[in-house]
Design a protein around this ligand. Sequence first.
Ligand code: GDP
Ligand code: MG
Length: 597
Amino acid sequence: TDLAHIRNFSIVAHIDHGKSTLADRLIQETQTVALRDMKAQMLDSMDIERERGITIKANTVRIDYKAKNGELYVLNLIDTPGHVDFAYEVSRSMRAVEGSLLVVDSTQGVEAQTLANVYQALDADHEIVPVLNKIDLPASECEAVAAQIEDVIGLDASEAIQVSAKTGVGIIETLEAIVHRLPAPKGDVDAPLKAMLVDSWYDSYLGVVVLVRVIDGSMKKNDRITFMQNGTVHQIDRIGVFRPQMVNVERLGPGEIGFITASIKQVRDTRVGDTITSEKKGTAKPLPGFKPSQPVVFCGLFPVDSSEFEDMRDAIEKLALNDASFSYEMETSAALGFGFRCGFLGLLHLEVIRDRIEREYNIELITTAPSVVYHLYMKDGEQRELHNPADMPDLTYVDHVEEPRIKATILVPDDYLGDVLKLCQDRRGIQLDLTYAGSRAMVVYDLPLNEVVFDFYDRLKSVTKGYASFDYQVIGYREDNLVKMSILVNDEPVDALSMMVHRDRAEARGRAMVEKLKDLIPRHMFKIPIQAAIGGKVIARETLSALRKDVTAKCYGGDASRKRKLLDKQKAGKKKMRQFGKVDIPQEAFISALKMD
Ligand code: GDP
Ligand code: MG
């Protein structure tokens, strides 16, 4: 196809504003998929994505559209992941296209992820077409929402397209806008090959599939190509496009988006954002701005049943094959036995991986408190990263500690603003900005990431009854008074419960923790002290009194079957217990203890 008849675009939106539905409708309208093969949300492939309505892997489709001017266009849609944890992937895939549809639910208005995503699109120099969706609903307020797009984002919304992705109203107008309002790609077919590695994933039949955007030159089957980041060479054995199922093509030229396979063993060998060129006479200039995505949140994952450790290793290795941004190493905990210390791009990423291990591999897990990466400046001048609070060296060796800070943007209806400000203030936040758009407030806070990984989303949701939206980006590291707090049960430290806290918040957190544990740990035949300590100093303490009766004492008389049942229950519960010296701690205790109010 000649460049003038190609349009590459993505759809940016806040979650649930209708991105997937609109994509489906565009595919259907252009009969890219026969009607009988159409299923809702064609582009969301993984189960967990469907359940949570989150698109995690970028997906792509090539659409042929005969415009009203009678000419045939090729439209390539890249569906970017919608969540903050995957911001880096979003920013890369944005650079693979020239324009975006900005979808805003006309019953809801602009939300935090609308802003985060549209700023990424603007960063990538996109032409942007605003689309007001869900106009079939009575609560739709197109004028107000268009005004909001102008006020808050500063985009001209006078020609916003009014759409119902549900009923199909406005779909042709959207296709026409893609053709006439978005720019065609540029490129030189005679220049050396330069292509962007937009995404990659593992397919059990094909091995690693690589999504590419050709900038200059062209690629075809059997070409030998180099991944410039690590210099590896591969031979293309399959090349094609997504419709959305895979269809082979002869070649991919400038402006085109498609896939290749090249006997690549693991996703790790393909770095998102890398430049692909030909082995011989390749380009000398890779695309600018490559950086590998770095895990920012770490936690320990341990099998509840320690005999499942090898199965878990297997599961983790398989998942890592398909997810280069997930890191892991083996960890041994006195408390929890053998497991893995894992690094994630954010909390959602953590949740997704944990859920997949539990569901797809049927392994029950204990998750330790998520922790951020701290920078330690040692007195001897050494600088290290701390991934696990349990590894925190004695404070006498540490000069100072730096923690990651984020810039958080929260949009919330007026009524809940006070509660949101209080929450942010409680989490050591510094207010940067507060503005209004209609009856919604937009607050911007500088917050420590470590305060956000503790149930911040949950708290925000509960104080705003679900009406707030939230987005963040890491802005850098800053020194603060951070210490390691240990938890001791029956005078033994429980490594899995140690955490880094701000010194001023240590007492409160320690108190909450020991009180919670007191309720969660079953009583034993002896007294159990539960303590929180910093270094050698105890900052909070509770005592669990000794048990007097045995559990079966309540069943008077000869009800043997009831007695049996109770004992069986106990046994089942035991499996989920962890022994600490002489004390059994139920798994529940770990999970609940880590949820702070
Ligand atoms: P995404 O998270 O942005 O991909 O949003 P989805 O496409 O999954 O849509 C979220 C919800 O809104 C789903 O229940 C859709 O059926 C619904 N939805 C999407 N577009 C429309 C529309 O135009 N009208 C109505 N009434 N509902 C819609
Ligand atoms: Mg979706």
